[in-house]
Design a protein around this ligand. Sequence first.
Ligand SMILES: [Fe+2]
Length: 169
Amino acid sequence: MCEYCGCQQIATIAELTREHDAVVTLAGLVQRALPREPPQDVATSCGQILAILAPHTLVEEPGLFHEMAQEFPDHIEVLRSEHREIERVLGGASGGFPADPTWPARLGDVLSMLRDHILKEQDGVFPAALAALDSDQWERIEAVRAHLEVTPPALPKPALTSPALTATT
Ligand SMILES: [Fe+2]
């Protein structure tokens, strides 16, 4: 977590970080719940993660990533492709817990990747953006958030909060 370079003083970065924190919390609940909790609660939590990531990604990709892509094209391309993979696997639960027996393992893998992805953004992209972007670029990124057509959800109460789960975590 980047706490020292000053990037948290930028409203866009602070908001993206709050969303990351909520996603990491939900991802941890899902990873711990996967072997034993009701499948529908796992599916609901996957939907909650996607609901946070939908507007979040719409700020990152056309906003922050767009401004950073010229200087760091390879890094940004990797992050974009990771977004697609995260959406694809989590979206597999959009109709309920998938019957595909390979999906839980793929979900576990993609949630681990999601945590690493968030660290790459927070420890890499955000501090680099603070150093690289000028005030006009930050204003363009803020405008992307201001004009979102997808309303960010209130950060959700996790579906996975059963006493049996929390007692062992
Ligand atoms: Fe992000």
